[in-house]
Design a protein around this ligand. Structure first.
Ligand SMILES: [Zn+2]
Length: 302
C-alpha cells in the first residue's frame, strides 16, 4: 500500500517487511517448528536492542537460545518464510557487545530490520504496561504468541494498543507554520502534532490541536500518510492543512510558533550539512515530520 500521493515517502518504519502471519499465532506447533531457524530480536527493558560492536543488528537464532518460543512474541515471516520473534533480554544468557536505540537503528540499520525493531518495540512496550488487568488488577496471561492478554480473574481480554496522533504541515499563502517546545534541542522547529481524543475524527484533531497550540485556524486538511512511532506507543497520522492568515500565538505547550517562507525552510535544510549557527534546525530525516516539511518545500518550487 502506498500513500495517496505516492511521492510522499522517505520516512522510517513504514516498510512492512513481514507477513504478520495472524493464523500462525494460534498454531504453537508451527511456531515451535519455525523457532530453531527464527531470527530473534532481543530488547532490554529500556527498549534498546542487542547489537554488534559496530552497532549493527546482533543476529540470534532460536536454536542458540534453545527450547521453544516460550514468552517470545511472534512478529511474522519474511518472504523466504523465516520467522522473526522478539523477546526480553531478562531471560537471555547470551551477551551482546552493544545496544542500539530505535532512532539510532532507523538511521544506521538496514531499513527492513529497523522496521521489525519498530514493530517489536511497540509489542514489547505494550507487554510491559499490561502485566496486570486495568479492570480488576488481576495478573494478565499472554496468549496467541503474544497478541492477546487474558485476565483469568475477570475474563477481560486485552489487545495491543497504539495511540493515534495527528501531525500536520499547516500552510498559508506560501508560508509554513512551524513551532518548538521548550524541551527540544536549541533552534529545533517542527510541524505541529497532538494526540487524538475520544470522539474525534483526525480532521477535527488537526483543527483543534493547531488552534490550541498556535491560535491559527485551519480551513481544510488532507491525509498524506502514517508513521508508526513507538516512542513509546504512538501512530503519527500525517496531514497537510491550509489555514487563515492568523498571527501565531502560543501559550503552554509550545514556546514559539511562526510562519516560515520556502527560502527560510531551504536555508534550514542546508544547515544540516553546514550549520552557520543562525536560524532554525529541522527534525531528522527518519521522521514523518521532516517528510511533511520536505514535501511542502518541493511543492513550493514546483
Ligand atoms: Zn481483570
Amino acid at each position: 500500500m502506498s500513500n495517496p500521493d505516492s511521492s510522499f515517502s522517505g520516512y522510517a518504519f513504514a516498510g512492512a517487511p513481514l507477513d504478520r502471519g495472524d493464523t500462525l499465532r494460534d498454531d504453537p506447533d508451527a511456531l515451535n517448528r519455525l523457532w530453531p531457524d527464527a531470527q530473534v530480536l532481543v530488547l532490554d527493558a529500556d527498549g534498546t536492542a542487542f547489537a554488534n560492536a559496530d552497532g549493527q543488528p546482533f543476529p540470534i537464532l532460536g536454536r542458540e537460545l534453545g527450547g521453544g518460543p516460550g514468552a517470545a512474541v511472534f512478529l511474522g515471516l519474511t518472504a523466504d518464510r523465516r520467522a522473526w520473534f522478539v523477546t526480553e533480554a531478562g531471560t537471555i544468557t547470551l551477551r551482546a557487545p552493544n545496544r542500539m536505540d530505535l532512532r539510532q537503528a532507523a538511521a544506521q540499520w538496514p531499513a527492513e530490520v529497523a522496521d521489525v525493531f519498530c514493530y517489536a518495540r511497540g509489542m514489547s512496550y505494550w507487554h510491559s504496561r499490561n502485566r496486570f488487568c486495568g479492570v480488576c488488577g488481576g495478573a494478565v496471561r499472554f496468549g496467541r504468541a503474544g497478541f492477546i492478554g487474558h485476565c483469568d480473574q475477570c475474563r477481560t481480554e486485552h489487545y495491543p494498543r497504539v495511540d493515534p496522533a495527528v501531525i500536520v504541515a499547516v500552510e498559508n499563502a506560501g508560508r509554513l507554520l512551524l513551532g518548538r517546545q521548550s524541551n527540544w534541542a536549541p533552534r529545533r522547529y517542527s510541524v505541529l502534532a497532538g494526540f487524538v481524543e475520544p470522539g474525534e475524527t483526525f480532521e477535527q484533531t488537526v483543527a483543534r490541536e493547531v488552534f490550541e497550540e498556535s491560535k491559527v485556524r485551519v480551513i481544510q486538511s488532507r491525509y498524506m500518510g502514517t508513521q508508526p512511532w513507538p516512542f513509546p506507543g504512538a501512530l503519527m497520522v500525517g496531514f497537510f492543512a491550509t489555514a487563515h492568515a492568523d498571527v501565531p500565538a502560543v501559550d503552554g505547550e509550545l514556546e514559539d510558533a511562526r510562519w516560515f517562507s520556502a527560502e527560510e525552510v531551504a536555508a534550514a535544510m542546508r544547515r544540516e550539512s553546514v550549520d552557520d549557527g543562525q536560524g532554525i534546525l529541522l527534525p531528522p530525516p527518519i521522521s514523518i515530520a521532516r517528510t511533511l516539511i520536505n514535501h511542502w518545500h518541493r511543492q513550493q518550487l514546483a
